[in-house]
Design a protein around this ligand. Structure first.
Ligand code: HEC
Length: 144
C-alpha cells in the first residue's frame, strides 16, 4: 500500500472503530433515538387508541402513562401486562382504575422493548433504554 493511501485509510479505520465503541453501544444516543422512533410507531399502532397519543389516558377508565407513578414503580408488571394483559385494581397517581387491558401477544420482544423505552422516556419521564434482554428476562417471570 503506498504511503498516501495509508494516510487516508488509517483515520477512516479509527473513525469506524470509534463509532463501534460509541455509536452502537447499548445506551448510546443513536440507539436510544432508534428505539424512540420505532417505539413511537409501535405505541401509536397498539396503545394510543386507549392511552391517547399524548399519554393522558381517558378519564377514570384508562390510566395515563404521562407522569404515571405506576409506570415508574412497576415496570416489571407493565412489561408482563403489555404482552399478556392486565387485570385487577391498580392505583395510578392516586386514582383507582379497574378495567382489564388486553394483552398484545403478537408483539415481539424487541417491539415491547422499544414501546416501553418510548413510554418511559417521553412526557417528562426519562430512564434510558429498556433493553430486549430486560424484556426477555421479565417475560419469563410473568404468571400468565
Ligand atoms: C383497550 C385499551 C387499552 C390498550 C389498547 C392498551 N391499554 Fe394499557 N391499560 C388499559 C387499562 C384499562 C389499564 C388499567 C388496567 C387495570 O386496571 O388493571 C391499562 C394499564 C396500563 C399501564 C399501567 C398503568 C399506568 O398508567 O401506568 C401501562 C403502563 C399501560 N397500560 C401501557 C400500555 C401500552 C404500552 C399499550 C400498548 C402496547 C397499552 N397499554 C395498550 C387499557 C389499554
Amino acid at each position: 500500500m503506498d504511503m498516501k493511501l495509508k494516510m487516508n485509510v488509517i483515520p477512516l479505520f479509527l473513525l469506524i472503530l470509534f463509532c463501534f465503541a460509541s455509536c452502537g453501544g447499548s445506551n448510546s444516543p443513536v440507539k436510544l433515538k432508534q428505539y424512540m422512533v420505532n417505539g413511537q410507531r409501535g405505541y401509536e399502532a397498539n396503545c394510543a387508541n386507549c392511552h391517547m397519543s399524548d399519554g393522558s389516558g381517558l378519564g377514570k377508565v384508562i390510566p395515563p402513562l404521562k407522569g404515571a407513578d405506576f409506570l415508574d414503580k412497576h415496570l416489571d408488571q407493565v412489561i408482563c401486562g403489555i404482552k399478556y394483559g392486565m387485570d385487577g385494581k391498580i392505583i395510578v397517581n392516586g386514582v383507582e382504575y379497574d378495567q382489564p387491558m388486553p394483552g398484545s401477544k403478537f408483539l415481539s420482544d424487541i417491539e415491547i422493548a422499544e414501546i416501553v423505552t418510548f413510554i418511559t422516556n417521553t412526557w417528562g419521564n426519562g430512564n434510558g433504554i429498556v433493553t430486549i434482554e430486560q424484556v426477555q428476562g421479565q417475560l419469563k417471570k410473568c404468571n400468565n
